[in-house]
Design a protein around this ligand. Structure first.
Ligand SMILES: C[C@@]1(CC(=O)O)c2cc3[nH]c(cc4nc(cc5[nH]c(cc(n2)[C@H]1CCC(=O)O)[C@@](C)(CC(=O)O)[C@@H]5CCC(=O)O)C(CC(=O)O)=C4CCC(=O)O)c(CCC(=O)O)c3CC(=O)O
Ligand SMILES: NC(=O)C1=CN([C@@H]2O[C@H](COP(=O)(O)OP(=O)(O)OC[C@H]3O[C@@H](n4cnc5c(N)ncnc54)[C@H](O)[C@@H]3O)[C@@H](O)[C@H]2O)C=CC1
Length: 216
């Protein structure tokens, strides 16, 4: 496969099964934890980091090798062992039951692949090379992390707050789209960078909406 459809999947509260508990499994698990998934790890051995997460009740750990039937009830699965045949058996069970599955050893067998991700609060930028060079994807992430600093977290949170208010207060979709476009044309990012940004009160937001609505 050299073409994929990028989508953002809602895994919140959904059971995600990871077969294997090594370095690769740990990396995929951290992404899933960030997205509030319910994690079940099946592996006779797990990394110290995963043991700590297990002690902190952040994940469920079944301390044995994979058995057929283990994926029952799973929404999404990572086959992340170092055994080609085990991963292939996991993929086979998942595919039979229509469960999304990733084989860490063979992207060819997988129904999805994992991108490298820049995270800034609500903003996430996902990078994939369609499996051609995962290390290159990580390198591109590092470049983008320089370009999109922490100020983006505040900026996107501001847009989220404003968009909610505009949607609640303006009934015309035409006016809403003009107002929302105007938001991205303001100098909010510069204000955040220079330390001049202050969160708007609901009253200030209301005034901004009325003032700009008059001009449409
Ligand atoms: C197809 C994919 C499937 C999937 O895992 O979902 C896949 C597959 C494979 N990766 C392999 C190797 C490495 N992968 C990494 C790192 C990452 N791999 C990730 C994703 C993906 N890896 C998916 C495609 C992503 C894309 O489209 O670009 C990242 C981006 C995301 C993440 O894992 O969270 C994360 C960086 C996170 C970050 O830092 O931002 C490193 C570097 C390192 O470990 O430091 C190496 C060693 C260097 C090298 O080999 O290039 C091998 C060979 C194994 C072998 O030789 O045995 C396979 C198997 C194959 O090629 O089929
Ligand atoms: N997709 C990716 O991002 C990458 C994939 N890889 C591939 O992924 C494989 C795994 O990499 P690591 O995590 O570094 O290996 P690792 O050797 O650290 O971990 C393997 C894990 O699989 C578990 N395991 C083995 N047999 C099992 C079974 N029958 N049932 C359940 N668990 C079992 C082991 O207990 C161990 O926890 C590598 O062999 C490599 O080919 C390597 C680098 C990146």
């Amino acid at each position: 496969m050299d073409r994929y459809t990028p989508i953002y999947v809602n895994t919140s509260g959904k059971m995600c099964c990871i077969i294997g508990g090594g370095r690769v499994a740990a990396r995929k698990i951290k992404g899933l934890l960030h997205a509030e998934a319910h994690i079940k790890v099946i592996s006779p051995d797990i990394t110290a980091e995963l043991k700590q997460l297990h002690q902190d009740s952040r994940l469920e750990w079944i301390d044995r090798s994979y058995r057929k039937g283990d994926l029952r009830g799973a929404f999404l699965v990572y086959a992340a062992t170092n055994q080609v045949e085990v991963n292939a058996a996991v993929v086979q069970e998942a595919m039979k039951d229509g469960i999304l599955v990733n084989d860490a050893i063979s992207s060819y067998n997988s129904s999805f692949i994992t991108p490298s991700v820049v995270r800034r609060g609500r903003l996430s930028i996902a990078i994939s090379t369609a499996g051609a060079g995962p290390a290159a994807a990580a390198e591109i992430r590092a470049v983008l992390e320089e370009q999109f600093g922490d100020e983006y977290e505040t900026y996107i949170e501001f847009l989220h707050q404003m968009r909610g208010q505009v949607k609640a207060r303006v009934s015309s979709s035409h006016q809403r789209s003009i107002l929302l476009r105007q938001l991205t044309e303001m100098n909010v990012l510069e204000d955040i960078r220079s330390g001049q940004f202050r969160w708007w009160t609901e009253e200030q937001i209301g005034e901004w909406i009325s003032r700009n609505q008059e001009e449409i």
